[in-house]
Write a protein that binds this ligand. Structure first.
Ligand code: HEM
Length: 420
């Protein structure tokens, strides 16, 4: 059972960011799945969207990019047609161009390549991160464990100095958590943001990310580097259409932000969940061979991305509702991951659960997360390194969540540990 207070259907509002920050959104999703699984949610500006909350309906939308397109952008924000091309990355591209953009780097993220080129290095930096954190009896879990680690991996993939990682973290926070005043001076829900509507995330900071990426690309053009930037600089997409400046800018930005926040929150939320259900934590500590298969259950549990959006390309019926061409259709992945028609006892972590076909990465859809194997490896290595070292771990203060209905994240997680 979801422990938070039930919410009446008329009080459901998935644009209420404070409800997400305060952990009340889960109760809203429960109400929707039970009473109105494909629900029309009004928005302030007279727009609105269909909130899709059941596992099967989410999968119906996600796998069908002809009926439910990403080309009209994938978050709740309306991006006007004149601003779309400047802001478009592979996330907002469908069809053959999407496939060509994805193919450019897909091999780098294949399990084989990751095992060969990254597992050893990754294990080393995981160990170092854990060693450093455990030097202190009390620390902030996000700061010392979950934030530091994915970004170091990214620095390696991009082949940039480790001294740049604090900047990469700050950019990721500011762009992805752009509805949380602790992270950005340019709040998405502030009318002032209109003047940055032509920029991704409506953030002027993105220009700094672009300048940084372009300088690296220019320096690596013509070289034979194997890092992601060198590949983008020197490899042609399979459709024969070279990357434009905008293509490069948005590809680079996507790489910087996509794997940073999300993996961080996956690790933090999983750890918190295990602390709340200590018999599951103990099971993993006593049987470390369970950690690898349990990663799927932890990903279901953590659901670090709340939603991605599509737009209907024609009139269609979904969950008994008549969706009109042009309507926004929003898949709430975390809600699907708590659907008890699909997962037994969805509010419990069961580290021995099998066949956990969660929606966390977009299942097998055309936009399936390109970094899913990397994220899985990072989470596995972190728990393989951390859990055997812990004698005890407990909270020493309040956990603070990010104010966002896009990322499901934790920003403060103070803990006290004893080690073996
Ligand atoms: C636990 C961590 C992660 C989660 C939960 C996550 C989640 C997602 C989801 C749900 C999508 C689908 C977007 C859509 O349907 O429109 C996606 C796409 C993507 N992710 Fe991840 N992601 C994670 C880690 C990573 C990492 C480590 C990288 C790479 C460095 C990455 C790169 C991408 C890219 C490039 C796409 C676009 C794929 C496409 O449009 O075809 N992600 N991610």
């Amino acid at each position: 059972m979801n422990p938070s207070e039930p919410v009446a259907l008329e009080d459901v509002d998935l644009t209420d960011l404070d409800a997400f920050r305060d952990g009340q959104a889960w109760a809203q999703f429960d109400t929707l799945r039970r009473e109105d699984p494909v629900h029309w949610n009004e928005e302030a500006d007279d727009a609105g969207f269909w909130a899709v909350t059941k596992y099967d309906d989410i999968w119906t939308v996600d796998k069908d990019s002809e009926t439910f397109t990403s080309e009209e952008f994938v978050n709740l924000e309306e991006v006007s047609p004149e601003n779309r091309d400047k802001r478009r990355s592979m996330l907002e591209t469908d069809g053959p161009r999407h496939a060509a953009l994805k193919q450019l780097l897909a091999r780098e993220f294949s399990p084989r390549n990751l095992m060969k080129n990254y597992e050893g290095f990754l294990r080393e930096i995981t160990r170092k991160t854990v060693d450093d954190a455990l030097q202190h009896p009390e620390f902030d879990f996000v700061q010392k464990i979950s934030a530091d680690f994915p970004i170091q991996v990214l620095a390696r993939l991009l082949d940039v100095p480790l001294s740049d990682t604090p900047q990469l973290i700050a950019w990721g926070n500011e762009l992805v958590a752009n509805t949380d005043p602790d992270y950005t001076a340019h709040l998405l829900d502030d009318p002032e943001s209109e003047k940055y509507a032509h920029l991704p995330f409506r953030s002027p900071t993105v220009q700094e990310v672009w300048d940084y990426g372009r300088a690296l690309r220019d320096a690596r053009k013509g070289g034979d580097g194997k890092d992601l930037i060198s590949l983008l600089a020197n490899k042609a997409p399979s459709d024969g259409i070279p990357l434009s400046e905008d293509d490069f800018d948005n590809y680079f930005t996507l790489l910087v932000i996509a794997g940073n926040e999300t993996t961080r929150h996956a690790i933090s939320s999983s750890m918190l969940g295990l602390m709340e259900q200590p018999e599951q934590l103990r099971k993993l500590q006593d049987n470390p061979e369970l950690i690898a298969p349990a990663v799927e259950e932890l990903l279901r549990w953590a659901s670090p991305v709340h939603h991605f959006r599509r737009t209907a390309t024609k009139d269609v019926v979904l969950g008994g509702k008549e969706i009109k061409e042009g309507d926004k259709v929003v898949m709430w992945f975390g809600s699907g991951n708590r659907d008890d028609d699909h997962f037994e006892n969805p509010y419990s972590i069961d580290v021995t659960r099998t066949n956990v076909d969660h929606l966390t990465f977009g299942k097998g859809s055309p936009h399936l997360c390109m970094g899913n194997n990397l994220a899985r490896m990072e989470i596995r290595l972190m728990f393989e390194e951390l859990l055997p070292r812990l004698e005890s771990i407990e909270l020493t203060g309040d956990v603070k969540r990010i104010r966002s209905n896009f990322v499901n994240g934790i920003k403060k997680f103070p803990v006290k540990v004893t080690t073996k």
